[in-house]
Design a protein around this ligand. Sequence first.
Ligand SMILES: C[S@@+](CC[C@H](N)C(=O)[O-])C[C@H]1O[C@@H](n2cnc3c(N)ncnc32)[C@H](O)[C@@H]1O
Length: 244
Amino acid sequence: MVDEALARSFEGIGADYDRYRPGFPSSAADAIVPHRVSAALDLGAGTGKFTEHLTGRADRIIAVEPSAAMIDVLRDKLPGVEALEGSAELIPVEDASVDVVSVAQAFHWFDRVRACAEIARVLRSEGTLGLLWNRSDPACGWDHSASRVVHPAVGEADETTSTAEELPGFRFDRFESFRWVERIKRGDYLARWSTVSAYLIADSSTKAAMTAAIERILDADAETSGLDTFDLPHLTDVFLYTRA
Ligand SMILES: C[S@@+](CC[C@H](N)C(=O)[O-])C[C@H]1O[C@@H](n2cnc3c(N)ncnc32)[C@H](O)[C@@H]1O
C-alpha cells in the first residue's frame, strides 16, 4: 500500500531536488536501452535525472510526472523532451506507442496493478520495462548510518539484497547492479537528505534531529571527519522486464 503523504511529498520541491539528488550512471541507461529506439517514456520522471540519459537513445522521448514543480525543472533542462503531467496509473500516451519505459527511483510510489496495466498498454509488443533505484553501498559505513537515520524502518535485508518482483503482464529478464562513486561536498550531502520524502514530511524538530545525527556521523568517521569534500559510493540496481 502506497503512503499518499510520502508519495506527494515531491509536490513542493523541484530545484532543490534537482540540485542535491544524485544522478545515474550511463551504464544503467545502456542496460535499459542498449540500441537506439523510436520512442522511450520515462515515468515518474521528476526533474529528468534519468530522462537526460535517454537523449540520443530514442527518436522521441516522453517524460510523465505528476508534480508540476518537478516537471517545470525538467522542461527547462530538457526542452527536446515531451514533458507531460500525468501519473503511472493514467499515462497520457497512446496505446502501443513506446519501445521502452523507464522508472527511476519511483516505482515504489505507484499503485502496482494499475500502473502495470497502463505500462503494458503504452508499450509495444516485446517492449522493455526498466526499473532502477540508487541505494547506499552497504560497504560505506557512514552513508549506511546516515540512511538509517532517515529511513529507520528499512531492514538490513532490504538494503543488501535486490530481489525482482513478479509484475502482472511482464516477464522478468534480468538484474544488473552498477557501482559508481560521486565526489560530494559535505554541505551538499547534508542538503541531499533534506530532499528525501521521510524528511520532507517530518516536523521541524524531527528534521533538526535528523540533520544533527547525520552531522555527528560525518564528524566521527575517519573517511569524512574534518573534510569539506569526500567520495560517496552508490549502487544503481536495474531490473529489466519484457512485456509478456
Ligand atoms: C524520488 S522521485 C524520482 C524522480 C526521478 N525519476 C529521479 O530519479 O530523479 C519520485 C517521483 O515519482 C513521482 N510519483 C509519485 N507518485 C507517482 C505516480 N503515481 N505516478 C507517477 N509518478 C509518481 C514523484 O512526483 C517524484 O517525482
